[in-house]
Design a protein around this ligand. Structure first.
Ligand SMILES: Cc1cc2nc3c(=O)[nH]c(=O)nc-3n(C[C@H](O)[C@H](O)[C@H](O)COP(=O)(O)OP(=O)(O)OC[C@H]3O[C@@H](n4cnc5c(N)ncnc54)[C@H](O)[C@@H]3O)c2cc1C
Length: 426
């Protein structure tokens, strides 16, 4: 093995799973994060969906048609605040270029392969290490309010059914959907139908990270540097020779960049561009109203772009509601108008107790223009990239980590690496 000492920058779900896979292969791994706890940023309170079948990218001909409306509306579930930031402009142009059917098909194929790898890797890890994070095959219902989005979804189901790694999916009428999930408070006339995937799972990403961090701390070849702010990569002769941090310089043979949305800034230090831009989203974790029926499945209200996951806290039934996609830069503060808008929609959809014990949260999805993560070598010889997982980082984490570790160790990667390379295969 050429590199034995590896520094994993970032202790979100991508960094932790990557550290685990590398540690299993005998590397000496140092995990560095500015926060004092793992998973304190985007992996903290996401939508909890292990959404292996719903991997279609955001960039699509349908999204392209909606962009003018998004620029004008302040209440739409997706909001774009245009800026003259060159990184945003470059990212936006690449996003527009990805809004075609060929790229949608290519990304779907790539993401399905990675999600199948992830599903297996997560199941294996959870079982072997007895991780407890509420992993459950709840099944997923994706509800379509308009005929046009339902028709497009049926086409996507047909397209995916012909691909390798596709999960079985059922097309439901509105009444069949409400029979399956009676907790939904929506009239059958208000939506066109739904797609049901019985094999989809849910689990709490932060709990998973905490459990995995405990297992990592028990490994003799893993060290932790939490509360350590990475300031810059020290470069020498097309190599990273060290990492300058708030706690001094860390020397290392190999660096894995798993800094989520912050990764692009460090790529710039190293002299190359990384098309990862933050897309802000919100969640609340709340209880059901007293006497109300608890949700059984994970549900996506597609046209409102809101996901609902039934979670358990002890014996208590809770729901994680997550949504909103705002391109508003690196600001992760909660905009209460946006949060209230999402909560209002949620209260129309489920019977929730929004008066007590509501935990709000906002996070930045590290998003690429084509929605595919970047997993592969950078132009710097000892800098590996595993970032840009956007809206699917929890779903794709274990597969991405396995793929990354296989590539670093010089093994045959499980998935075609060209799909996720910095320079995409065209
Ligand atoms: C509202 C919302 C809902 C979502 N729902 C789902 C879902 O249901 N299913 C799903 O699959 N995905 C979902 N996602 C996406 C998923 O949460 C992310 O893709 C994933 O958490 C990204 O993980 P990460 O490790 O790349 O980033 P992060 O978790 O953000 O980790 C990056 C780490 O880098 C550290 N860091 C950054 N800069 C520095 C620095 N300078 N020095 C040191 N450390 C630094 C941070 O502290 C952080 O811990 C959702 C995201 C959002 C926002």
């Amino acid at each position: 093995m050429t590199f034995m000492r590896v520094c994993v920058l970032g202790a979100g779900v991508i960094g932790l799973t990557t550290a685990w896979e590398l540690a299993q292969r005998g590397y000496e791994v140092a995990v560095v994060d500015r926060r004092r706890e793992p998973a304190a940023e985007t992996s903290f309170a996401n939508g909890a969906q292990l959404s292996y079948a719903f991997v279609a990218p955001l960039a699509s001909p349908e999204t392209l048609r909606k962009i003018p409306g998004l620029l004008l509306s302040s209440a739409a579930p997706v909001r774009i605040r245009p800026t003259l930031d060159p990184d945003f402009i470059r990212w936006g142009l690449r996003f527009l270029a990805a809004c075609n059917n060929r790229m949608v098909a290519e990304t779907t194929r790539a993401q399905l392969a990675l999600s199948a790898l992830s599903r297996g890797a997560l199941a294996e890890l959870a079982q072997r290490e007895a991780l407890s994070f509420g992993l459950r095959t709840a099944g997923k219902i994706v509800l379509h309010r308009t005929r046009s989005s339902f028709d497009a979804a049926r086409q996507q189901v047909a397209r995916q059914a012909t691909l390798q790694n596709a999960e079985g999916q059922q097309v439901l009428t509105a009444s069949e959907c409400l029979e399956l999930e009676p907790a939904l408070e929506i009239h059958p006339n208000e939506f066109a139908g739904a797609i049901y995937t019985p094999t989809e799972q849910i689990g709490d990403c932060r709990l998973f990270c905490q459990e995995l961090a405990v297992r990592l701390q028990q490994q003799p070849n893993v060290t932790w540097q939490l509360g350590t702010h990475v300031r810059k990569l020290v470069m020498r002769a097309n190599r990273v020779s060290g990492i300058e941090t708030s706690q001094g310089v860390i020397e290392t043979n190999l660096v894995v960049l798993t800094l989520g949305s912050a990764a692009a800034r460090f790529a710039k230090f190293a002299g190359f561009g990384l098309p990862v831009y933050p897309m802000k989203g919100y969640s609340i974790t709340a209880r059901f109203a007293s006497g109300a029926q608890a949700l059984q499945h994970s549900v996506t209200d597609l046209n409102q772009k809101i996901v609902y996951a039934p979670l358990k806290e002890g014996y208590k039934d809770m729901v994680r509601v997550a949504g909103i996609a705002d391109l508003v830069g690196f600001d992760s503060d909660i905009d209460h108008r946006r949060l209230t808008g999402m909560m209002r929609q949620a209260a129309k959809f489920l019977s929730l107790d929004l008066e007590s014990d509501v935990r709000p949260w906002a996070g930045l999805r590290p998003s690429t223009p084509d929605s595919r993560p970047i997993i592969g070598w950078s132009p710097i010889s000892n800098l590996f990239l595993n970032t840009g997982h956007g809206a699917l980082g929890w779903t794709l984490a274990c597969g991405s980590a396995r793929q990354a570790a296989q590539m670093i160790a010089g093994e045959q990667p499980a998935v075609d690496p060209r799909w996720f390379a910095l320079e995409r295969r065209s």
